[in-house]
Design a protein. Structure first.
Length: 96
């Protein structure tokens, strides 16, 4: 694991450093990222296995996940975590 010199000796980032209390979104690299984006994506990804591909419910989950994918990329989540599910990986690739 390589460490960038600019990240050495920096304090740990706390949730309130990213979004202070009472703030529901922030702009990162020109994209507005809402509080709850990661949790919503994960909740939808977990529900995919319970639904049948091709149904309206499945399509709605996939559409929401595609909409959230840019926020996950922008915050760097996909730089440190990889999906276990081939379906989720496919959705993220399609949303790229």
């Amino acid at each position: 694991m390589s460490h960038s010199p600019s990240h050495q000796h920096q304090p740990a980032v706390r949730p309130e450093d990213v979004l202070p209390e009472g703030v529901d979104s922030t702009a990162i690299n020109g994209l507005t990222v809402r509080k709850g984006s990661v949790a919503a994506f994960v909740a939808n990804a977990l529900r995919l296995d319970d639904l049948t591909e091709g149904t309206p419910e499945y399509a709605a989950l996939v559409a929401q996940m595609r909409e959230l994918a840019p926020a996950l990329r922008t915050i760097g989540l996909l730089d440190v975590f990889r999906p276990r599910s081939p379906a989720v990986e496919r959705i993220l690739a399609e949303a790229a």
